[in-house]
Ligand binder design. Structure first.
Ligand code: ASP
Length: 316
């Protein structure tokens, strides 16, 4: 498990079986460039004195626009061949949070999550009602075709032909499924924020909602403990309240972030049959990135703008 100090912002781009033999040098470069670009976008906000949640949005937006990741454009398809996007955000300073589930038209679902937090008295809006809210808010929309990439269509056809239900990180076809994106950030005022955005699981049932928009499962932030964004097989993260569990181990159990993240992600999650990972950051800039899978797209940046990007589990 990676442990670093002095981190101000970190991201993940999904956890799973990232096979070196399937990764061409060009693709490897594309992933690393995209992750570094997102880190720098978030860092720019923090360096200018921006708030943690603004940095989270700035880092997630380009990842939602990249077809490489399972969020926004390039999201996985459900069993009907449609995208249903989930996203959430939470502030460590106030505990305020916002989320959307199963939305279909907004270009940047993370912005929709922010609007739910700032413009409504609710935490989570889902389905057609959430799409209506997004349109009323005047957020940028995209045509359904904009989200759908050829490799996701191929993936769905393969899963349907093999009659494989929604794909877990380690399951067949998993080579195509990674890419939920998430970010944790610490601003100059010492406040934390976390955000997560995803298309969910490939060939998921229509209406299925995973952990990413569920506060406490896929996303959590509290200044006194940590900010967390998760990725992996969402049902298991919901059952184990993984993001909140890391916070609770710190708050009630007196654990440091390292011990708390190890206990939740590397012990309790697999105990329940789940797999995946997270990025977690405390208010002193201590950062951990545990995952049970062979790889997780991830990166972090310090206050001076020093970028680190990793993909495989054995990279040091
Ligand atoms: N956690 C996401 C979900 O279950 C998927 C992922 O992280 O790959 O919807």
């Amino acid at each position: 498990m990676e442990v670093r100090d002095g981190v101000v912002l970190a991201i993940h781009g999904g956890a799973g079986t990232i096979l070196r033999e399937r990764m061409t040098p060009e693709l490897d470069r594309e992933y690393r460039t995209a992750l570094a670009g997102a880190l720098l976008a978030g860092h720019q906000v923090l360096a200018a004195g921006g708030r943690a949640e603004e940095a989270v949005v700035a880092a997630i937006r380009p990842l939602e626009d990249s077809p490489l990741f399972n969020a926004g454009r390039g999201a996985v398809l459900n069993d009907d061949g449609a995208v249903e996007l989930d996203a959430s955000i939470m502030l460590g300073s106030s505990g305020m949070a916002g989320a959307v589930a199963g939305v279909t038209r907004v270009r940047h679902p993370i912005e929709a999550a922010v609007r739910v937090m700032t413009e409504t008295e609710h935490v989570l809006l889902a389905g057609p009602g959430a799409d209506r809210f997004i349109a009323q808010q005047g957020l940028e929309l995209a045509e359904p075709e904009w989200f759908v990439s050829p490799h996701r269509e191929l993936q769905l056809r393969q899963l349907q032909a093999e009659d494989v239900s929604q794909v877990a990180p380690e399951g067949p076809g998993s080579g195509h499924k990674f890419g939920t994106v998430g970010c944790v950030a610490l601003d100059i005022a010492g406040h934390l924020a976390a955000g997560t955005s995803t298309g969910g699981m490939a060939r998921k049932a229509w209406g299925r909602v995973g952990d990413s928009p569920v506060i406490g499962a896929g996303t959590w932030a509290a200044d006194e403990t940590c900010a967390v964004s998760c990725t992996g097989h969402g049902e298991f993260f919901i059952r184990k309240a993984i993001a909140h569990q890391i916070h609770a181990r710190m708050l009630h159990g007196g654990a440091g972030i390292e011990e708390a993240a190890r206990g939740a992600v590397l012990e309790d999650l697999p105990d329940g049959g789940g797999s995946g990972g997270c990025v977690a950051l405390d208010a002193r800039g201590r950062f951990v990135a545990p995952f049970t899978t062979p790889g997780m797209y991830r990166g972090w940046i310090d206050a001076r703008g020093q970028v680190t990007v990793r993909i495989h589990g054995d990279e040091r």
